[in-house]
Design a protein around this ligand. Structure first.
Ligand code: C2O
Ligand code: CU
Length: 567
């Protein structure tokens, strides 16, 4: 009953969304800027050659999606009553509200304040952003496994927000999904999240209100749960990948990374690590012999293919879950999809500079790179020396060269060990999810089993059920990184091949075009949980369902005036 009520509210919401868009003042700046963006997208696609790296989208397909992506985007800002007509661009004069350095917050009680600022995304270029505590990414929260964490959210923006702790297994009332688990936190309002950090690992948090728009503007940070018993690395850095759209910068030219085109937004034109691009990215600095742990988090909407120019490294965990006995790798590729996390470890060798970067020939792709600098106390590298080293390495590590490096396949990595689920056992529930694109009511939508949220069947379970889910991606050229809230699931097979390496647990699984995965989980956390693609254009255009426990009744009643936007 309670659930029907929620679903009804969300359906209404969805409708009022599109109504407000279509009835928007016909010749407003919004409409105009939408047209300008569409034209730019078309020009861009026209100028796009086939000279590129790993992904080759069909032009017609991507032109379709890039248009719908933008219309949804504008739809949201129309609905949210954003007063700016045209998209805000960067400025070159230093604004007063410049972002601060990222803080590390430890301790059991933490406050995150959502507020506006300007990010110096490149030297002398300031982009308007939304932040937690004045920085992008927001503070890194560090706690110890077993701690009970309390996070107070204060909203100083003029739109409602929320916080979802991505990948963290917590009670549903703390899940931060407006309209499903709580009302969005209104301007001037507060909300307190408390939960026990059960699993150690690398996680992140972000607003789940209007998330395509709000995460896109910078409302995210990292959440690290340290294992009490594990030795910590000498150097431990978190590296958050993201991409941005600065309408003041010319659109991507013919060299553009085609991944951008295939992910709906041909218009991302700045790629960042920890909110910085190119030479502004702070290097990882280490000494010979030190143990280094790099925690990669993808907060963007594009899958990034990283090349790791290290002679000996291991991928020790994914989505916060350790990999059993991971083999040593050398000079390889690591694909990281939206929402995923990977922890990489290596021991620093002789003094020198080595680059980790993203595969692609565009200036944007080449500016997403990080120097790993090994130096001694008596012999350090200057910024200039580091940058020179990096450019000379980047000119040698062409796309052609790095594309030949082996790419990690997690389903064959590490050593087998006994684990919870297998393909032979019987399951209480067996679900299929076909991921695709389709047209519904004349609009391009992203679908699960031909349905677009909120007009989609729930996945129903009851507490204690074992569940098997098979996901197939029928899209021609788009990744669907599928993320389930409140649970982790075990990956059992990929394209019919059983996982042959370490038991593999994920909360975000990138299903690439043509791929099929079978996963299993235990229904041990009663609630209503989102299951959606983390390419947030896809989620906001329908690629989402609810995992609903039949034996759970929510105490939460959505406020119809809270402007809840759950995706
Ligand atoms: Cu990282 Cu439902 O989200
Ligand atoms: Cu998707």
């Amino acid at each position: 009953m309670a659930y029907l009520y929620i679903k009804g509210a969300m359906m209404l919401h969805f409708k009022s969304n599109s109504a407000s868009f279509h009835s928007a003042r016909p010749f407003s700046y919004q409409t105009l800027s939408l047209l300008v963006m569409l034209m730019a997208a078309l020009l861009l696609l026209g100028g796009c050659s086939s000279s590129s790296h790993t992904e080759q989208p069909a032009a017609a397909d991507s032109s379709d999606t890039s248009m719908s992506g933008h219309s949804i985007n504008m739809d949201h800002s129309a609905h949210m009553g954003t007063t700016t007509a045209a998209p805000e661009g960067s400025v070159t004069a230093k604004p007063a509200d410049i972002t601060t350095e990222q803080q590390t917050l430890t301790g059991k009680e933490i406050t995150l304040t959502a507020r506006k600022a300007h990010l110096e995304i490149e030297k002398g270029k300031y982009l308007p952003v939304w932040t937690f505590n004045g920085s992008v990414p927001g503070p890194q929260i560090e706690v110890t496994q077993g701690d009970t964490v309390t996070v107070h959210l204060k909203n100083e923006l003029d739109v409602p927000v929320s916080i979802h702790f991505h990948g963290v297994v917590l009670p549903v009332a703390m899940d931060g999904v407006p309209g499903v688990t709580q009302d969005a936190v209104q301007p001037g309002g507060t909300f307190t999240y408390t939960f026990k950090a059960v699993h150690a690992g690398t996680y992140w948090y972000h607003s789940h209100q209007d998330s395509l728009n709000q995460i896109g503007k910078g409302l995210y940070g990292t959440f690290i749960v340290k294992n009490k018993n594990a030795e910590s690395a000498d150097v431990d850095r978190t590296l958050v990948l993201d991409e941005w759209n600065d309408p003041n910068t010319h659109a991507p030219d013919r060299e553009a990374n085609t991944a951008a085109l295939s992910s709906n937004m041909g218009m991302y034109n700045i790629y960042t690590i920890n909110g910085r691009s190119g030479d502004s990215i702070e290097p990882v600095r280490t000494h010979p012999g030190e143990q280094v742990r790099l925690r990669f988090v993808n907060a963007g909407n594009m899958t990034q293919l990283l090349y790791i120019n290290q002679p000996a490294y291991r991928v020790v965990s994914s989505d916060g879950e350790d990999i059993n006995d991971p083999q040593m790798l050398r000079h390889g590729l690591l694909r990281i999809a939206p929402g995923e996390r990977y922890d990489v470890e290596f021991r620093a060798g002789q003094p020198g500079v080595q680059v980790i970067g993203t595969v692609g020939d565009s200036d944007f792709a080449r500016s997403m790179r990080i120097p790993v600098v090994t130096e001694t106390d008596s012999d350090t590298w200057t910024d200039q020396q580091i940058n020179d080293q990096i450019s000379s390495q980047q000119s040698k590590l062409t796309t052609e060269i790095v594309s030949g490096w082996p790419e990690l396949d997690l389903t064959r990595y590490g050593k087998p060990a006994s684990s919870t689920f297998n393909l032979q056992q019987s399951y209480d529930r067996d679900y299929q999810m076909t991921l695709n694109m389709g047209v519904s009511d004349g609009q391009t939508m992203y679908t699960i089993n031909d349905q677009a949220y909120p007009k989609a069947d729930n996945m129903t379970v009851k507490t204690g059920d074992t569940i098997k889910i098979t996901m197939t991606n029928k899209s021609v050229n788009e990744d669907h990184p599928m993320h389930l809230h409140g649970h982790i699931f075990q990956v059992l097979s990929k394209n019919g091949q059983p996982v042959s390496g370490s038991p593999l647990w994920k909360d975000t699984l990138n299903v690439r075009p043509g791929e099929t995965y079978t996963v299993a989980l235990l229904a041990d956390n009663p609630g209503i949980w989102m299951f959606h693609c983390h390419e947030l254009h896809h989620a906001s255009m329908g690629m989402m369902i609810d995992l609903v426990y039949e034996d759970y009744t929510s105490a939460y009643k959505p406020d119809p005036h809270a402007n809840n936007i759950s995706e």
